[in-house]
Write a new protein. Structure first.
Length: 405
């Protein structure tokens, strides 16, 4: 994935493929990429430690999942069954489902339990080649409950090899038990939650759900601008069911606008002309049965497109980034290069961690090896081809033959 642009369409012919290759790692970073024979001779001469892979393998950068909600309690399996049986979002909510159901179950979960759940889910992703994972709060919706979630994410980050990047999503919805208006709630979070997040070093990113069922552009812009003034990076749940959120992302200088299933040609044009990364979440499309993010249009217009799993208990319960990315590629007619870019270096850019996502000198040695002799198999098998080996910062962190190394 080296030497590829951040924005725009990609052809598979642009991929640099090293046959019989080797990677020299030093202090967790890629020091050199060369032929196996050259590096083998160097390793013997310098008495370097060697890891020689027997049989056919294809190595790509460790995957980056730039949008997840894996810190949650409980399940919403009933919601999924109701939705497939034809019930509307409102009917499901009235029956006790929806986001508020997860809020209730998460509030009833201890910090220790949430820590365990995040760690377990992060390790599932690691076994699927994901070495960097964004994790959102947003099921607490009070100052203390949001802090509980962010503390659990921070603690889980010390207990898993994968790198967890926390994001505050206190603006997920207006909590049902809050007796004032949306503006008052957002002001409360800005005044009382943000300073404590900074004090405890719990997150450097703030997200918001801009939607008719959550917060309007007029309500959310002051909140996001205040967050940015306090030093937070911004990302936005945008254009999922109705448009308006992507414009908010552009107006407040967000790093990314995520979802975009409802984006029209006008939103596509504006996103492509901006520095905002467009993040497709095909898991939500599969979970809700709606249209896909217009990834082909976005790329052809010159946008940067990342792809993330949106793993959450309601609309995207699968959590398999590679399967979702492969399916998006089939429906949106994306090249292998575009899909792989979307789950490696372009996703890394959406998290502002450009030190990974490419097998290139100076980058983090986050690597995933698949048992095949053809890189095209990785997407062709639609997630059924799983990694044999995963390295984080040059250390072998997952071995399919030994489980966790």
């Amino acid at each position: 994935m080296a030497n590829l642009p951040l924005k725009g369409a990609l052809k598979d012919e642009q991929l640099e493929i090293h046959h019989d290759g080797g990677i020299l790692v030093d202090q967790g970073k890629i020091h050199r990429v060369d032929s196996y024979d050259s590096l083998h001779q160097l390793a013997r001469k310098e008495d370097y430690e060697m890891q020689v892979l027997e049989g056919d393998h294809v190595c790509i950068p460790g995957l980056v999942d730039s949008h997840t909600h894996i810190c949650f309690g409980g399940s919403r399996a009933r919601d999924y069954a109701f939705r497939n049986a034809g019930k509307t979002y409102l009917e499901i909510a009235k029956a006790g489902g929806g986001i508020w159901d997860t809020v209730t179950q998460t509030r009833n979960s201890s910090e220790a339990l949430l820590t365990d759940l995040v760690r377990e889910r992060a390790n599932i992703l690691l076994a699927n080649g994901v070495t960097t994972i964004e994790v959102k709060s947003g099921y607490g919706l009070t100052v203390e409950e949001e802090l509980k979630m962010l503390r659990a994410i921070k603690k889980a980050g010390t207990e898993t090899v994968s790198e967890l990047i926390p994001t505050c999503l206190a603006a997920h919805m207006l909590p049902r038990d809050y007796d004032k208006d949306a503006e008052s709630y957002l002001q409360l979070m800005t005044r009382e939650l943000f300073p404590r997040i900074i004090e405890e070093g719990l997150a450097s990113r703030v997200d918001a759900f801009v939607e008719e069922s959550a917060f309007s552009p007029e309500q959310i812009l002051p909140y996001l601008k205040s967050a940015k003034e306090m030093g937070f990076s911004i990302t936005v749940h945008a254009d999922q069911f109705s448009v308006g959120g992507s414009q908010v992302a552009i107006d407040c200088g967000a790093v990314s606008a995520d979802h975009l299933e409802a984006s029209t040609g006008e939103e596509v044009k504006k996103l492509a002309a901006s520095d905002v990364i467009a993040t497709a979440l095909p898991g939500a499309t599969l979970g809700l049965g709606c249209g896909f993010t217009p990834a082909r249009q976005l790329l052809d217009a010159g946008a940067a497109v990342a792809i993330a799993s949106d793993w959450n208990p309601g609309s995207a319960p699968m959590g398999n980034l590679l399967t979702q990315a492969a399916i998006l590629g089939a429906f949106e007619k994306l090249t292998n290069a575009e899909v792989l870019a979307g789950i490696t270096y372009r996703a890394a850019a959406a998290l502002e961690v450009p030190d990974r996502g490419m097998i290139q000198t100076g980058k983090r040695a986050d690597l995933t090896a698949y048992p095949t002799d053809n890189y095209q198999d990785i997407l062709y098998k639609q997630g059924s081809l799983t990694p044999s080996l995963v390295w984080k910062d040059g250390e072998l962190s997952f071995d399919s033959k030994k489980d966790y190394a």
